[in-house]
Design a binder for this molecule. Structure first.
Ligand code: BG6
Length: 493
């Protein structure tokens, strides 16, 4: 079950491989601090950061604190609870290729059969296999053990299956927590609440009433020093295979029979399997890949992707993707889903727009007759329902107005960061917000032919200026279905 209260977690040891890495310092440790501050961590809850750096425990704590000061808002950083949080944290230098280092880890962990033990692999996927073998050979894996993995899980179906098979040699599927941090976002969970906690929308949530759906994950950030990783991966693998597809699936799945993890994951897998394949010639017709060139963002000039540090000048890695997806099911047949994501776009915005069908015959003078549901997930959480009303004055002229809900105003409590939820759930043993191996496989199965199509085409991605909403070809893609992206639509606020 998804938890319904902030109950205390069971006793645990969390072993953080890649403990000095960016994710650990920027997100995981601050998330654990917040859970500690909210008194959710039990007395017997330890965090053991492990990494290659030769640091003492004290030096690690200093590093962790420097990062916390940078990533936790000053008003949310409480010196007293920070001090008690640090008491939970230990650091161990481990060379993961050396078996004797796992023995050292075993000594630090000691004998606590009652405790949940989570191995969090915040490392390159190429190290997963060795780490799993290492902890297993050191006798550290029991029924109470879990392993958590960061994306990317492979770079295609074949490599993902290989990783999953390697994990399965040591851990049972029920012990494997594959992370997509978008599922940890409260705003994404609210999508489920909106759909399955309200009877209002369900009758409309289908092809008879929905004309098209747009899902955008725009980022104003560029590479952030991650060229080495990003240039090998590109936007399709980095964002579409996981985050964008997860949003699509939650938005379109059938109502699950319960909130049970298997019930939800079964429905999600069905949608992934019903995605209409995009292969061969259709790839060029249904997808657009882009790469940003120099431009201006927030008044500052941005260098072209190809001129960024660490990127080869001839790189054809995409920093933007737009796709027209379709779902072959009774509910969704024929409805176009326009998915897009990009780096160096004008603003950070994650947004879903559901355009409903127009009135069949309009008796009024009105500029447009599409009701829209706009669900903004980031940076702020807002839901707007765009309806039409008569404007003030003599004329019977209809204008769009919004029914607005701003979650920040509705709920005063601090919004949890995604990893708070995910870390709590893995300690609690709840897999609802983690991907099953079949989900990962189904997603790659849909993505692989797109990559193959691009490779067969050769050439380079369409260029778009940094600070703009992407290449013109993406507007042409959606225009073929008579649609426009939200920012080009005068009726969308
Ligand atoms: C990560 C990607 O998974 O998600 C990054 O690797 C991207 O490239 C990030 O910037 C976006 O996450 P968020 O939570 O900032 O929307």
């Amino acid at each position: 079950m998804l938890n319904t209260s902030d109950t205390q977690l069971p006793p645990f040891d969390l072993v953080l491989f890649g403990g000095t890495g960016d994710l650990s310092l920027r997100k995981l440790l601050p998330a654990l601090y917040f859970r500690h501050h909210e008194a959710q961590l039990p007395k017997q809850g330890r965090i053991i950061a492990v990494a290659r750096s030769d640091l003492s425990r004290q030096q690690f704590i200093e590093k962790m604190e420097a990062a916390a000061q940078e990533h936790i808002k000053p008003e949310e950083f409480h010196r007293d609870t920070w001090g008690t949080f640090c008491e939970r944290v230990n650091y161990l230098r481990v060379d993961i290729t050396q078996q004797e280092d796992y023995e050292k880890l075993s000594e630090v962990l000691g004998d606590h059969p009652d405790r949940v033990r989570v191995f969090y692999l915040s490392t390159a996927p190429s190290l997963f296999k060795r780490i799993c073998q290492g902890v297993n050979e050191a006798g550290l894996v029991s029924e109470k053990s879990r392993v958590a993995l960061e994306k990317p899980l492979g770079r295609d179906l074949e490599s993902a299956l290989e990783i999953n098979d390697e994990l399965a040699e040591v851990f049972d599927e029920k012990q494997i927590y594959r992370i997509d941090h978008y599922l940890g976002k409260e705003t994404v969970q609210n999508l489920m609440a909106l759909r399955f906690g309200n009877a209002l929308f369900e009758p409309l949530w289908r092809r008879e009433h929905v004309r098209d759906i747009q899902i955008t994950i725009a980022e104003s950030l560029g590479l952030e020093g991650r060229a080495g990783y990003y240039d090998q991966i590109g936007a399709l693998r980095d964002m579409v295979q996981n985050h964008l597809l997860q949003l699509l699936v939650i938005l379109t799945m059938e109502p699950p029979i319960s909130i049970d993890p298997d019930a939800i994951r079964d429905e999600k897998i069905k949608v992934l399997r019903a995605l209409k394949p995009i292969a061969g010639k259709d790839v060029i017709k249904s997808t657009v890949r882009g790469q940003y060139k120099e431009g201006v963002l927030d008044g500052k000039s941005v260098v072209a992707y190809r001129n960024a540090d660490g990127v080869p000048p001839s790189s054809s890695t995409e920093t933007y993707v737009a796709i027209k997806a379709e779902i072959d099911s009774w509910r969704w047949k024929g409805v176009p889903f326009f998915l897009r994501t990009g780096k160096s776009m004008p603003e950070k915005r994650t947004e879903i727009i559901i355009n409903f069908r127009s009135v069949p015959h309009s008796i009024f003078e009105m500029p447009d007759s599409t009701n829209r549901l706009i669900i903004r997930l980031q940076p702020e959480e807002i839901i707007k329902l765009q309806i039409f009303a008569k404007g003030r004055g003599d004329a019977m002229r209809l204008l769009p107005v919004n029914l607005d809900l701003d979650f920040n105003q509705a709920f005063k409590k601090r919004q949890m960061i995604a990893y708070e939820r995910l870390l709590s759930d893995m300690i609690r043993g709840n897999q609802t917000l983690f991907n099953h191996r079949d989900e990962v496989a189904a997603a790659w199965k849909w993505i692989d032919p797109i990559i193959a199509g691009w490779e067969a085409e050769g050439g380079t991605p369409h260029q778009y200026a940094a600070g703009t909403w992407g290449p013109a070809a993406a507007s042409a893609l959606i225009a073929r279905d008579g649609c426009v992206w939200a920012e080009e639509n005068a009726h969308v606020e």
